[in-house]
Design a protein around this ligand. Sequence first.
Ligand code: KG4
Ligand code: ZN
Length: 334
Amino acid sequence: MIVLGIETSCDDTAAAVVDGGRLRSSVVASQLDHEAFGGVVPELASRAHERVLLPTIQRALDEAGIQRTDLDGIAVTQGPGLIGSLIVGVSLAKTLALGLDIPVVGVHHLDGHIESLFLGDATPAFPLLVLIVSGGHTQLVHMTSAVERSLMGRTRDDAAGEAFDKVAKMIGLGWPGGPVIDRLAQGGHPAHHHFTRTRLPGFDFSFSGIKTGVLYHLNDMDVEARKTYLEDHTADLCASFQEAVVDMLVEPLERAMVATGTTRVGLVGGVSANRRLRERISGLVEAHGGTFHVPDFRFCMDNAAMIALSGWKRLEAGHASTLDLVAHPSLPFA
Ligand code: KG4
Ligand code: ZN
């Protein structure tokens, strides 16, 4: 079965082809326009998806060496995400399915991110704890099989990636902030400043406090002093902030490993590209004698390969959606 995957939940327009469970192509067209605005502008994102989606699909088909008529099914991100962006993907997916007389299936964006663990050769076994960390989500999921999962924890406020993006903006590092902070932190001292770590009961997360912590730290200085401080200590500030975020992700994860007795851990979503986070979780899992799974860097950020594979599995299992499928900006996960 050959399935085309479509992902347009935020600002990346992506298409991919999966054939018999194997990835044949994956194309991501990022909308760099948003950089100038310091964040995703929803209206610009949907307009860009409309313009770029068909050519992106064509590139994915060309790179897979197939024609549109070779497709057996279409998988599309149904939600959560920006409504205008999702509608572009879902409408086109239904139109293609109707025109080609093939089934369409809606995929939850987070199931897509989880599926990114299965795109490589070394696929994880179950039970498995998956930490989903992206610009819009921070979720801890316990998977007991490929189809049975329970939500153990989630962020009560900001997502981990959102904290990276907001702090980067605060200190003038541009957008998206995660990759810049990751890079600068490598030359800084994580012990330079101790930011208070928010610790919640259970396995939930909270990242709004750390953001305010950075703001107060800077506001304690007058304008001149802050300018000099940032000239001398931006790398140290990045490393200290990053260490605090990593601690706040690792600590509940370790408690969840102990509580579930699961030492197999997967890390997915845009923030899973973070080198310090990978290093710390890898060390944690090793200390517990478990196995650590993280996708290839190109599948950490939003992509359609993960949607195509997730949809392919659903279609193979006979779970097609109907043409009533509609975009859902806050599609529930649990
Ligand atoms: O999964 P993704 O592409 O989109 C969402 O579904 O949100 O994640 C994007 C997020 C952004 O917040 C970005 O700053 C963050 O992932 N990110 C990183 C790194 N690379 C991307 N955060 C920390 N370190 C990185 N290396
Ligand atoms: Zn995502």
